[in-house]
Design a protein around this ligand. Structure first.
Ligand SMILES: N[C@@H](CCC(=O)N[C@@H](CS)C(=O)NCC(=O)O)C(=O)O
Length: 98
């Protein structure tokens, strides 16, 4: 237990805690997805599964099931969807220990 966990924030360490199953739905031509992917790359964020909704239409269907729409990027945290690239980046900043 540390200050991060007492605040209910799950830190990104080298590997995201197995408590959090994080999936980023995206497709590579999408500039908003590129924004999120670039942020992840620049900040060395690993441990987020990537599901390309153009390469695999089943992932698109899955995203619609989870979040009600096919918009990407969408970060799904333990089944809870978060849309909007800037909100995703903000969430990543808030939940990451530098
Ligand atoms: N404001 C959103 C825009 C996201 C967006 O417009 N994504 C497009 C792809 S670039 C999209 O998902 N369109 C609907 C679709 O493809 O089903 C963000 O910043 O994430």
């Amino acid at each position: 237990m540390n200050w991060v966990s007492t605040m209910g924030i799950t830190p990104f360490t080298e590997k995201v805690s197995p408590m959090n199953h994080l999936i980023l739905y995206y497709f590579s031509e999408c500039p908003y997805c590129q924004r999120v992917l670039r942020f992840m790359e620049t900040n060395g964020i690993q441990g987020i599964e990537r599901r390309d909704t153009h390469a695999n239409p089943a992932y698109r269907d899955e995203l619609i099931q989870i979040g009600g729409k096919s918009q990407v990027p969408c970060l799904v945290n333990n089944g809870v969807p978060l849309y909007e690239s800037l909100d995703i980046i903000e969430w990543l900043k808030q939940n990451r220990v530098a």
